[in-house]
Design a protein around this ligand. Structure first.
Ligand SMILES: [Zn+2]
Length: 579
């Protein structure tokens, strides 16, 4: 009896190998895999492993291995169809093909065949049109690429494909159903794709299931794609997956947005690439990625990657168990541009620097916020607290520390906020009391204390404490005001208050007034402490700057200069460490 490949796939999809094997072999998770005592040979320590990601089992003791169907065949000594029947029953999938099913299948076969014929027609058009080929060459596309991706050209005509398909005895109704032609309200039928470069879309088995079409000029829309059809559900495929599987041995996949990104990477010799064709990722695509890779590099345009929608898409992937890393390309560039300019090596370097999803999210949340302001840091703390709350305890610890160092917010403050959030989670948005008390960066408080000391003892001005010690602009302003004050009729307090003519400095002056009284005897020691705190912060800034400069120099190939800076960085880090 013949069972269609679709049904076999469906049966495999509906019978998770872990569930099936667990019914007869007790399994324990260790690392990525599950382990148990092999049912095919006698053993006392487990060497039989099941990989859920790949839906495979393997015994390292006796060498048996296979998928869920082979497991049933081997453990129950059954033929392929019998094993299939058992699994189909287990998942409640009707196994026998009904006459209606058969008719539907035949109908789909016609649609698949029509797409192959259309693809051939488009390909032939391109071969016959030197002008359009020149256009592709100019964009750096080689003949070899045109052949391997089956690129084509839709003539500048209303009915050339229609005529061709009719001549191949396809029904007009079916041609419209497949989205290759469109029917107007008045009932006129005409070609959907006109005067466009054609990219056939293949499914994982290499069948043409749809087309993407790009303009040659500035006409809108730039890309036009097949609509949903009986053989093409958007969001269930990944463009290029068939090629990636065939041409690459890499265990990772790089996901880009568009046809051209993928084709350029392929031409540069990077074959493990798929395109999402639109940024909204679906669960089904997530499962496809998981089944076909161990790790996924998301490599979208700098502009779109910044969108929250992308992060949500990435979360879908993560929820499906896909290990995701985000590749960051400098703003305004796409992978297509990048690989043309920097070549394969340059692009592989980008991959090396890809960020884990969590780190990428933290950077995203920071975007547009001014972390030097209280408001910015409060907003940032709220946002990341939500993210951190979803992590497991170990990850939480690691990222808490990271965020705290990065934003100058104490771990205690973040923890407190997260705690409040958990307790109040049913009561709407919580707002922790006195949050500002905790999120003040150390150097800001130190500067305030120094100004407090100066306001009480101006003899330290330009002696122990100088203008260049201060980082916060409002504090620099207050320092100058203190310098300018002359004893006279007006008190120092009123003088400074009158000179602090902007919101920031007058707020700061008020806060300085609230700094606790500093005991006379400790002043010298405390000044040293405050200066140390500020200098440590300056060192951190310097460190960041050096790291960026070194990166830029390395990228520019200026290694001599970068080594110099690296040494400077090392000695700076030593002093920072001693603090
Ligand atoms: Zn074994």
């Amino acid at each position: 009896m013949y069972v269609s490949e679709e049904i076999i796939e469906k049966i495999k999809d509906s019978n998770d190998i872990l569930d099936v094997i667990s019914e007869t072999v007790p399994l324990k998770k260790s690392g990525r895999n599950y382990w148990g005592l092999c049912p095919f040979h006698n053993e006392k320590t487990p060497s039989f492993s099941v990989t859920q990601d790949k839906q495979l089992f393997k015994c390292f003791g006796c060498g048996e291995g296979g998928n869920v169907i082979t497991f049933i065949m081997k453990t129950r000594n059954l033929g392929f169809n019998e094993a299939l029947r058992i699994l189909a029953e287990r998942a409640n999938i009707p196994f026998e093909e009904s006459p209606e099913k058969k008719r539907e299948k035949d109908r789909l076969e016609v649609f698949y065949k029509m797409h192959v014929d259309a693809a051939r027609f488009f390909f032939q058009n391109l071969s016959n049109n030197k002008e359009v080929r020149e256009y592709l060459y100019k964009r750096g596309i080689k003949d070899q690429t045109i052949r391997s991706f089956g690129l084509g050209y839709a003539l500048n005509s209303w009915d050339s494909l229609l005529k061709y398909l009719r001549s191949r005895r396809y029904k007009e109704e079916d041609i419209v159903k497949c989205g290759l032609a469109t029917k107007s309200e008045k009932g006129k039928v005409y070609d959907r794709f006109r005067n466009r470069i054609i990219f056939p879309v293949f499914d994982i088995r290499g069948r043409v299931i749809a087309f993407g079409a790009r303009v040659l000029d500035d006409t809108k829309p730039k890309y036009l794609n097949s609509p949903e059809t009986p053989i093409y559900n958007k969001g269930t495929h990944l463009y290029g997956l068939n090629f990636a599987k065939k041409n690459s041995k890499e265990t990772s996949l790089i996901m880009v947005e568009g046809y051209m990104d993928l084709i350029s990477l392929s031409q540069a010799g990077i074959q493990n690439v798929v395109a999402s064709l639109g940024t909204a990722l679906t669960k089904i695509q997530g499962r496809l990625l998981r089944r076909n890779s161990e790790e996924v590099y998301i490599c979208y345009d700098a502009d779109t990657a910044g969108q929250k929608a992308t992060v949500r898409g990435l979360e879908i992937l993560q929820a499906e168990g896909v290990k995701v890393k985000v590749v960051q390309i400098s703003k305004g560039k796409d992978p297509d541009d990048y690989v043309r300019e920097e070549g394969k090596e340059g692009f592989l370097k980008l991959l090396e620097n890809a960020l884990p999803l969590m780190e990428y999210k933290l950077i995203q949340e920071k975007e547009g916020l001014n972390l030097d302001s209280d408001e910015g840091r409060i907003t940032y703390t709220k946002r990341i607290a939500e993210i951190l709350n979803e992590l497991d305890p170990i990850e939480k610890e690691v990222y808490l520390q990271k965020v705290s160092e990065d934003a100058g917010i104490s771990e205690r403050a973040i923890r407190k906020y997260m705690g409040n959030q958990n307790e109040n989670s049913t009561l709407g948005t919580p707002y922790p009391e006195n949050l500002t008390v905790y999120i003040e960066q150390g150097h800001v408080k130190a500067e305030r204390s120094l100004l407090k000391i100066l306001s009480e003892n101006r003899s330290y001005l330009n002696e122990r404490i100088s203008l260049s010690d201060f980082i916060v602009p409002a504090h620099q302003k207050i320092y100058r005001i203190l310098e300018n004050y002359e004893n006279g009729e007006i008190s120092l307090q009123s003088y400074v208050l009158s000179q602090c003519d902007d919101a920031e400095s007058s707020k700061e002056w008020t806060l300085i007034g609230q700094v606790a009284e500093i005991p006379e005897v400790d002043v010298e020691v405390l000044i040293d402490d405050f200066l140390k705190t500020i200098n440590h912060y300056k060192g951190k800034i310097k460190q960041k700057k050096l790291q960026q400069e070194i990166k830029a120099l390395e990228k520019a190939g200026n290694f001599e200069e970068s080594v110099k800076l690296a040494n400077e960085l090392i000695s700076l880090q030593k002093t920072l460490g001693r603090y």
